[in-house]
Write a protein that binds this ligand. Structure first.
Ligand code: SF4
Length: 68
C-alpha cells in the first residue's frame, strides 16, 4: 500500500502524528504533515484507516495494493 500526504491541504491539526507517530511527523516550521514512510507494512492498515478518517482536511490518501 502507498500513502500520500498533501501538505497544501494539511491544516496542521496533528491527528496523523498523534495516531501513527511511526508514519507521520509534523514540520517544525509550520506543523504541516511530514510523511515518514510512504510504503508501510500491511499491519499498519487499520491505524492508517483511522488516520485517514480522523484527518480533518482529507490530506492523507491511502492506496491499497490490488488483492491485498
Ligand atoms: S491529520 Fe491531516 S490536517 Fe492534521 S497534520 Fe495530519 S495531514 Fe495535516
Amino acid at each position: 500500500m502507498r500513502i500520500t500526504a498533501d501538505r497544501e491541504a494539511c491544516c496542521s491539526a496533528g491527528q496523523c502524528a498523534l495516531i501513527a507517530p511511526d508514519l507521520f511527523d509534523q514540520s517544525d516550521e509550520d506543523g504541516s504533515v511530514v510523511l515518514l514512510d510512504a510504503r508501510p507494512d500491511a499491519e499498519q492498515l487499520d491505524v492508517l484507516r483511522e488516520v485517514v478518517s480522523r484527518c480533518p482536511t482529507g490530506a492523507i490518501s491511502l492506496e491499497e495494493d490490488p488483492g491485498a
